[in-house]
Structure formats: structure tokens, C-alpha cells
Design a protein around this ligand. Structure first.
Ligand code: SF4
Ligand code: SF4
Length: 112
């Protein structure tokens, strides 16, 4: 679905078009919200104290932990809100531009 946003500055809640409709409960795993991301959290394990604050606060359960330690970020579901980076007491997470991060990934993988 695409919206005509030419008049977006004049939208209010009555004018805003409907977004996604989730019909089935417990189906969040089917929707890979990582595609919405414009900024990507990068975790610095060296700086991390494993306080797990980011794990608790992430609204998408995109931060994975095992044995009470952060293990990875699931970029299929991380939508780049930046809450983890904002709340981290050790500045162990930094947000980087998603397009730049992808370009870097592709060049490291020898992609296009
Ligand atoms: S940026 Fe937002 S969605 Fe992504 S891992 Fe951090 S808190 Fe979770
Ligand atoms: S909030 Fe920061 S220090 Fe705490 S677990 Fe997350 S990355 Fe590590």
C-alpha cells in the first residue's frame, strides 16, 4: 500500500491512513520489522557491563541473551528506535546510518 503524503503536514489522527492490520494474536514473529530501520545499533562488547538494561527495554525483543549475557542483536526485528543506545549506561551501543552499514557489509562480503 502506498499513501499520498503530499498533504502530510496537515494530517491529524482523523486523516492518517490505516497502517498494518494484525489479525492473528501472537503473530509478531512473522513480521520482520527490521526492514523499517534507518539506523542500526552497533554493540561494543568490550564496553558492555552486561547490565541487561538494553535487553529489558528493547520494544522488539531484538536483543538476544543467554546465561544472563547479551549475545547478539537480531537485525531481522530491530527497527532502529535507538532506545538501547540512549539508555545504555556504558555507551556500549552506537547508532549508525543503516544505508552506510549495509554498504560496508556488502563490500566486506564482496557483494555489489
Ligand atoms: S534500536 Fe530499538 S529495536 Fe533495535 S535493538 Fe535497540 S532498542 Fe531494540
Ligand atoms: S545496556 Fe549497555 S552495558 Fe547494559 S547490557 Fe546493554 S549494551 Fe551492555
Amino acid at each position: 500500500m502506498s499513501w499520498d503524503i503530499t498533504d502530510i503536514k496537515n494530517w491529524d489522527w482523523r486523516k492518517h491512513p490505516r497502517g498494518a492490520v494484525i489479525r492473528d494474536p501472537g503473530s509478531a514473529k512473522q513480521f520482520k520489522t527490521g526492514g523499517w530501520r534507518s539506523a542500526r545499533p552497533i554493540w561494543d562488547e568490550e564496553k558492555c557491563s552486561q547490565c541487561l538494561l538494553c535487553f529489558v527495554l528493547c520494544p522488539d525483543s531484538a536483543i538476544k541473551a543467554r546465561d544472563e549475557k547479551i549475545t547478539t542483536f537480531d537485525y531481522d526485528f530491530c527497527k532502529g528506535c535507538g532506545i538501547c543506545a540512549y539508555e545504555c549506561p556504558r555507551d556500549a551501543i552506537s547508532m549508525v546510518d543503516e544505508a552506510e552499514a549495509r554498504k560496508k557489509e556488502e563490500s566486506e562480503e564482496g557483494g555489489p
